[in-house]
Each structure stands twice: as structure tokens, then as C-alpha cells.
Design a protein around this ligand. Structure first.
Ligand code: ADP
Length: 851
């Protein structure tokens, strides 16, 4: 069939084996090449060849290249397409491969395989005429009718497409210009056909056969298109009908007959409109809502904005614009509620009562916002809850810890997808009244980020001058927050933004003493835990000594949260025993209670703690109440977590106990020092802040300058303490960042101990800032620090003299247990810290000489 005058392809062609797609003459295909022989072909033929001939390859369909070049070639498909490689792109990801762009030229038939490696080459025979491209070509006479028919279908198909698309217009022009015999191949590759069908067309070498096989494919495509257009049209009609119905309904809205009304009740939008009209929202809000509902009616339901607008309107309707609870404020009752709910916290309760009393006298108080500041677990949140209870108001807690986006407070604008109101408006929706108590928890943990400063947004919420017209971005209309009672809580004021702090009245809630904790446990925590676990006081008895044991050996905290948890653990363990006991009671056989049921839990009603280990009782089943003693405690909670480690750690020179303040309350802090040969360097470890590092340098300088006075020497006996000596100071709990000036006196004492070789008294703790001249300056957090020292069982506390006034805040019984040393200078500190004082040699000599 190859004609002499036409273009001839080479008689020897390298073969590219493909199996995923079929390339037809006249079409273009992109194929990925990653098998060994095909890669070799690309590398040595396409990438190295320089002539046009070298870019002509034979593409064999339906044949996959073996994954290894050692494998034999499979049977090759007999007919292939000679193709021009137009583009080669190489890549190493995810494995080395080339992407080839090839354009089909004509069919060929393999006559003989000449070689298989490194890539197959075959002697081929061209099967199609490959004419130079001319417009005036006429198809062969005998095919006239078939090709005419084919042409007609092709035109029909193209005209069904959108002519405004440039590619379609171009295809339409090509239909007229291309030789008719090229059309079957080209159209087959354009229309939707399977690989199998394409392969059949490729194998149809005779033109007549090819036309015959392609016509049904064309007809199938035309039918498919017709069906598609029909369904599209009916859907458009539906849409039009929906839009048409809505305006009609609106027109008749003014005069609704009873039947219509019934029908409209089912229509959510109309219901919504009714709700809007009957709700008590502000005039401005009503205007906005009516405008939105008008828009909603015109919107097709499928529009994303439809749901957005609906949600918005539903929220507007739900908000408590005018709904409030009635305050029932009676100060005497409030005092009783507060006293009943909370033990101790006298200062806090007093201030809260004052606040409430003023509210009673003058409604609508534009007073400052109360902010309770103190360590975790001291009852800040629960006081907030009690305030709501005394006022008879709804309570809602808004946790602000970690909030770093101002839209968390003020909402997102409705233009965002997934936009929603801020937490304030959300809270109002939840409580359903406009005068709840909002507890803004952890205001000190607000963070800043690229999304704005939430603290700035809170300012507007908390400012009584502004909050009557608080505008949430989502609502976009003002909402009156002036009836809401805001209370804030924080662990420290240090991280509350100053502008926010300015709007609040800070009430410090310090940690509890051991005695207070015992009372809180017995009055509040234990009854609460019993109730939670379904136990009664007849079933479990926790004596005060046990509670003290839990407080001192299993918890180390300023508040009572861990204590509460431990009590919960005890109740759980007892619940098991009680349940087992009930089971046993059901069985009369008492003997089955064995040795395992030892002295730890138990015994008779009148049993005393000491009688617990009475072996005579061992054989008895657990009788009520189960008494929790130290054995039981150890069994349930495990070995004590905190021992009185203080004396153990102070058994060598170079250790002193300081007192630190943290947002979690006061803590005792060991300072350790060691010296070694070196070049006078000071190493500080334990994650110290700049101020603390400076304190360490100050302490060293002061000691160096006073070394002679105190007869302090380094290892080689020199008064220059850093001569050939390195000093390392460590502040344990290395993972916790520490800062502040109050460790100054502790560092001096610790170093004095190191260089004098004397032990610091094991029952003394200290705090105070130092100066270069050896003065001791006052520091903050004395109450928390003293409580921490008391918790740790220390007896003597050295504090700056000017902090004496702070001691008044400390409960009398704590003060009784402790001895306070008020120090104005470092001499006094050192004298108090070492048994028998710290002698000042030079001065004594001086006095001696005077005498
Ligand atoms: P905070 O908000 O300060 O972290 P919470 O208010 O959550 O602490 O208190 C933790 C638990 O301790 C609560 O169950 C609370 O009832 C209890 N609690 C704390 N202080 C007292 C107290 N003085 N009297 C009674 N219960 C208290």
C-alpha cells in the first residue's frame, strides 16, 4: 500500500514498546518511559542522534517491555505506528525515567526483528501513504460514499460542541482541510474510545475497514452528547422554575389566606422571618436581619452563601437580646453561700461581699472587673461559680489559656468560609440570658500571634464605657454586654498585658497552709469525693493525720488540686473493697478472707488507728467503716513521693536552701556549688534568667572582696577565691527556667559554705536581693515563700528586714512554728545561716586592737 511518490519512513526502525495506550497516526501522545530497553532507546537514539531520521521510532502498542534487559522480548504486536519524537524530558524522581512526546506518522508492519539488545530494531514495511500536506487531495473514488458518510457524522459531532472554544473551531476547519483518509485515525484519538477500540482501528490497515469501524464509534459519541445536553437543559429549566416560584410567593405575601399560611408554616425561611420579627433584637439588628432574609429568599438553596446567611440569622434569633435572669441579691445569704462553699480565703470573700453589696445598693454598677490571682487549685474558679450562685445568675467559663487569635474573642467576618462568632457571643448563646457571670479563666495565658492580639479585643469587652455596644465581627451589629458580670482569673499578674490589668481589680489568692488544707479536705473535698464515688461516711473514715500525711508526703502544691485527686484515688480503692465486701456479705462463708486481707484497711466501728495491726482482726472481712491509715495510704497511693529530703541534701559544704516564688506558689530551692582547679571561671547551670545570673556574679564579687574578713580561701590557701579555681553553681530542677533577684543571699551563703568548708544549718531557708556593698534588699512573694518553707518542714527563715510587714499576712499558727531572722546586711544572713554564726575575723581583730 505504500506509494512511491509519498514520503517514506526508514525501513529499519528502533522499537518503543508501550502497553498502556495506543498511538494512532496523526495524533500525539505523552508516554512515560522507565523500562530498560525503552530507556536505552531514548538514551542512545533520541538523545544522541542528530538527524531528523534518528528521531523517527516505531511505537509498538499492546506489548510491555520486560522489567530486566536480560529477559527475552515478548511477542511483539504485529502492527505499530511510526512516530516522531517531539520532546524528551528526563527526571530522577521517584525513579529515573523519561517522558516522551511522540506524534504518530503512519502504520507499519514488522517484517523481521533485527536485534533485541540494547533495544529492539526491526525491518519494517510502511502501510499508510504519507502524503505531503496539500489541501486539494481527493479520496479514492470507491470510498467516496463511506468517507462522505463519515465526514457528515464528524461535522455533526463537532457542531454539537461549543464553537466558541478555539480548539473546537480549529477542529472544524481541519475537518475540511485534512485528507479524508486521515480522519478516522484522528477522530478516534479525539473521541471517547477504549484502548481496545483504538487497537482495532490501528490494526484496520485497509482504509475501507477503518471507515466502517470508526462510524459506529462516532455515532455512539453523538448519542452520548445528545443525552448529556438533554439532561443539562432540563436541570436549567428546574432552576428557572424555582426562581420563578419564589417571587410569586413574595408578591402574595401581603395577603395570606389560611390555606397558604398553613403551607408557609412549612417553609423554614418564612418561619425564620417570623421569628426575627417577633424577637426582641435591637432596631439596628432587626434592620440587618430583614435585609439578609430578603437576600436569602432570592438565593438558590444550593449556593454556599445560603447556608451561611441562614446560620447567621438563626444565631441572631437565638441570642438573648432582651432576656435576663432576675438578680436575687441578699448580702446575708451571699455571705452564707460563700462561707459554706469555701473555707478560709477571708480576704477574698470580704472583697467579693463588698463588691456584691455595692451592686445591691446601686444596680448597673460600672465597677472594675475582679481578677483573682493565685496558684492553681486555690479555688479561684469555684469562687466565681459561688458568686453566680449567690446572684442567681447563669455561670459560663471562658478558658483563655493559649488563645492567640483576636477573632477568638471578636469572631470572624462573615466573608470567611467557616466564620463564626467569638467566644463572648457564643457564651451568651449557650447561657441564653444577657446577664450571666462570665469567668475569663487564665487571662495571663493569652498569647499574641500574627492573627492579632486577643488582649486588645478583650479590652473592648471589659471596658464598661464601651461594652454596651460590643461589636462582634460575625454579628456586625452591636450587642449590649453591660449586664454581663465579668470575673477574671490568673496565676500571675506579670504576664497580663498592662492595659488589661488596668481595667481589673487584682485580688491575690495565696496558697493554703497545711492546717487550712486539712480543714478544706474534711469540710469540702472528702464529702464531695464520697458523693462522687457513691460512698457514705459509714463506709470510709479518713482521720486528720492521714490527710496531713497526704498533704506532706504525696503532694507539694499551694492549692488543693493534687490533694483532691489523691482523695479521689483513695475513694476509688475503697469503693472496690466496699463492693467486694457486699459480695462477701452475700456469702456466709467468712473464712475465705485470707492473710492477704492484712491490717491495712479496716476494722470495727470503735477501732482506733493503733488497733489496726491487731492480728486478731486479720481474719475478719473488712468491716465498716474502712479506716485509712498510713499503711492503707502506702498501699493505695504507693510509696511517699516527697520525703523530708532537706537534711539529707545539706550534709556537705556548698549547699543552701533558697525560697522561690512561681506562679504555682512558693517553692524551696536548693543551690549547690562546687569548685575545681581552673582559670577563675564561673559556670552557672539550671536555666537561669539574666537577673539571676547577675545575682551570682554579685555574690562572687562580694565574697571575693570580703574573703579576708571572713578568712575564706581557695584550695591553695589564697584569699583570691578565683585564683586557679573554677566555680560551678547549679540550681536543681534544671528543666525549669528560674529568674529574679531573690536568690542573692542564698548564693552568697552557699559559696561561703563552700569556701569555709562549713555546713549550712539544715533547717534554715532564705530569700533576699543583695547589693555589691552587702546590703539585703526586700523581695516579693514572702507569704507564698514562707508557706513553702513551712510545708517543707523548715524551722528558720531569713528574710530581708524591710519585708517584716509582710509577715502580718501569715497565719498565726504558721508563724508560731517558724523563727524569722530579719536581715539588713549579708553579715547578718551568714551569722544566722551557720551554726554558731559566721565569724568576721578582721573586724574582731580590729576591735581587739582597739581594746
Ligand atoms: P483554681 O481555679 O484556683 O485553679 P479551682 O477553683 O478549680 O481552682 O479549685 C480546685 C478545687 O479545689 C475545687 O474543687 C474547689 O472546690 C476546691 N477548693 C479550693 N479552695 C477551696 C476552699 N477554700 N474551700 C473549699 N474548696 C476549695
Amino acid at each position: 500500500m505504500a506509494a512511491g511518490s509519498a514520503i517514506q519512513i526508514p525501513t529499519r526502525l528502533p522499537l518503543l514498546l508501550t502497553h498502556e495506550s495506543v498511538l494512532l497516526p496523526g495524533s500525539t501522545m505523552r508516554t512515560s518511559v522507565d523500562s530498560p530497553r525503552n530507556m536505552q532507546l531514548v538514551r542512545s537514539r533520541l538523545l544522541k542522534g542528530t538527524s531528523l531520521r534518528s528521531t523517527i521510532i516505531g511505537v509498538i502498542p499492546n506489548t510491555s517491555d520486560p522489567t530486566s534487559d536480560c529477559d527475552d522480548l515478548p511477542n511483539l504486536h504485529r502492527i505499530g505506528t511510526a512516530a516522531l519524537a517531539v520532546q524528551v524530558v528526563g527526571s530522577n524522581w521517584p525513579k529515573p525515567h523519561y517522558t516522551l512526546l511522540v506524534t504518530g506518522l503512519c502504520r507499519f508492519q514488522i517484517l523481521q526483528l533485527l536485534k533485541e539488545k540494547p533495544y529492539p530494531v526491526a525491518e519494517v514495511q510502511q502501510l499508510d501513504r504519507l502524503e505531503p500536506f496539500t489541501n486539494g487531495h481527493k479520496s479514492e473514488e470507491e470510498l467516496g460514499e463511506l468517507s462522505e458518510q463519515f465526514y457528515k457524522y464528524a461535522i455533526q459531532l463537532v457542531e454539537m460542541l461549543d464553537m466558541s472554544v478555539p480548539a473546537v473551531a480549529k477542529l472544524r476547519r481541519l475537518l475540511d482541510n485534512l485528507p479524508r483518509e486521515a480522519l478516522p485515525d484522528i477522530l478516534t484519538s479525539i473521541i471517547r474510545t477504549s484502548n481496545q477500540e483504538k487497537l482495532q482501528i490501528l490494526d484496520a490497515v485497509r482504509l475501507e475497514e477503518r471507515f466502517k469501524m470508526t462510524i459506529p464509534l462516532l455515532v455512539r459519541q453523538i448519542e452520548g452528547l445528545k443525552l448529556l445536553q438533554k439532561t443539562r437543559k432540563s436541570k436549567q429549566d428546574d432552576d428557572k422554575r424555582v426562581v420563578a416560584i419564589r417571587p410569586n410567593r413574595r408578591i402574595t405575601h401581603g395577603s395570606i389566606t389560611e390555606d397558604e399560611e398553613e403551607e408557609e408554616d412549612h417553609d423554614d425561611v418564612v418561619m425564620l422571618e417570623k421569628k426575627i420579627r417577633t424577637s426582641s433584637m435591637s432596631e439596628q439588628a432587626l434592620k440587618v436581619c430583614l435585609k439578609e432574609i430578603k437576600r436569602l429568599k432570592k438565593m438558590p438553596q444550593s449556593m454556599p452563601e445560603y447556608a451561611l446567611t441562614r446560620n447567621y440569622l438563626e444565631l441572631m434569633v437565638e441570642l438573648p437580646w432582651n432576656k435576663s435572669t432576675k438578680d436575687r441579691l441578699e448580702i446575708r445569704a451571699a455571705r452564707i453561700v460563700l462561707d459554706n462553699d469555701h473555707y478560709a480565703m477571708e480576704k477574698l470573700k470580704k472583697r467579693v461581699l463588698e463588691y456584691l453589696a455595692v451592686r445591691q445598693l446601686k444596680n448597673n454598677l460600672k465597677g472594675p472587673i475582679l481578677c483573682f490571682v493565685g496558684p492553681p487549685g486555690v479555688g479561684k474558679t469555684s469562687v466565681g461559680r459561688s458568686i453566680a450562685k449567690t446572684l442567681g445568675r447563669e455561670f459560663h467559663r471562658i478558658a483563655l489559656g493559649g488563645v492567640c487569635d483576636q477573632s477568638d474573642i471578636r469572631g470572624h467576618r462573615r466573608t470567611y468560609v467557616g466564620s463564626m462568632p467569638g467566644r463572648i457571643i457564643n457564651g451568651l448563646k449557650t447561657v441564653g440570658v444577657n446577664n450571666p457571670v462570665f469567668l475569663l479563666d487564665e487571662v495571663d495565658k493569652l498569647a499574641k500571634s500574627l492573627q492579632g492580639d486577643p488582649a486588645a479585643a478583650l479590652l473592648e469587652v471589659l471596658d464598661p464605657e464601651q461594652n454596651h455596644s460590643f461589636t462582634d465581627h460575625y454579628l456586625n451589629v452591636a450587642f449590649d454586654l453591660s449586664q454581663v458580670l465579668f470575673i477574671a482569673t490568673a496565676n500571675t499578674t506579670a504576664t497580663i498585658p498592662p492595659a488589661l490589668l488596668d481595667r481589673m481589680e487584682v485580688i491575690q489568692v495565696p496558697g493554703y497552709t497545711q492546717e487550712e488544707k486539712i480543714e478544706i479536705a474534711h469540710r469540702h473535698l472528702i464529702p464531695k469525693q464520697l458523693e462522687l464515688h457513691g460512698l457514705t461516711p459509714q463506709q470510709i473514715q479518713i482521720p486528720q493525720v492521714t490527710t496531713l500525711g497526704i498533704i506532706t508526703r504525696y503532694t507539694r502544691e499551694a492549692g488543693v488540686r493534687a490533694l483532691d485527686r489523691k482523695l479521689g484515688a483513695i475513694c476509688r480503692a475503697v469503693a472496690v473493697k466496699v463492693a467486694e465486701g457486699q459480695h462477701k456479705e452475700a456469702k456466709p462463708d467468712r473464712a475465705e478472707v485470707g492473710e492477704g486481707e492484712d491490717c491495712k484497711e479496716h476494722i470495727t466501728e470503735d477501732a482506733k488507728p493503733d488497733s489496726i495491726s491487731d492480728t486478731a482482726d486479720l481474719a475478719l472481712p473488712p468491716e465498716m467503716p474502712i479506716l485509712i491509715d498510713f499503711h492503707a495510704l502506702k498501699d493505695i497511693l504507693g510509696p511517699p513521693m516527697y520525703d523530708m529530703e532537706v537534711s539529707e541534701r545539706l550534709n556537705q559544704p556548698g549547699v543552701a536552701i533558697g525560697l522561690a516564688w512561681t506562679p504555682l506558689g512558693g517553692e524551696i530551692m536548693f543551690v549547690e556549688a562546687s569548685r575545681m582547679d581552673g582559670e577563675g571561671q564561673l559556670t552557672l547551670t539550671g536555666q537561669l534568667g539574666d537577673v539571676m545570673k547577675e545575682s551570682a556574679h554579685l555574690a562572687i564579687s562580694w565574697l571575693r572582696s570580703n574573703a579576708k574578713r571572713y578568712q575564706l580561701t581557695n584550695a591553695s590557701g589564697s584569699f583570691d577565691l578565683l585564683d586557679n579555681t573554677d566555680i560551678h553553681l547549679h540550681f536543681p530542677a534544671g528543666a525549669v527556667t528560674k529568674d529574679g533577684p531573690s536568690a542573692g543571699v542564698t548564693i552568697v551563703t552557699c559559696l561561703a559554705s563552700l569556701f569555709s568548708g562549713r555546713l549550712v544549718c539544715s533547717d534554715v531557708a532564705m530569700t533576699g536581693e543583695i547589693t555589691l556593698r552587702g546590703l539585703v534588699l526586700p523581695v516579693g512573694g514572702i507569704k507564698d515563700k514562707v508557706l513553702a518553707a513551712h510545708r517543707a518542714g523548715l524551722k528558720r527563715i531569713i528574710i530581708p528586714q524591710r519585708n517584716e510587714k509582710d509577715l502580718e499576712e501569715i497565719a498565726a499558727h504558721v508563724r508560731q512554728d517558724l523563727t524569722f531572722v530579719l536581715a539588713a546586711c549579708l553579715d547578718e544572713v551568714l551569722n544566722a545561716a551557720f551554726d554558731g554564726g559566721f565569724a568576721v575575723k578582721a573586724r574582731r581583730e580590729h576591735f581587739n586592737s582597739k581594746l
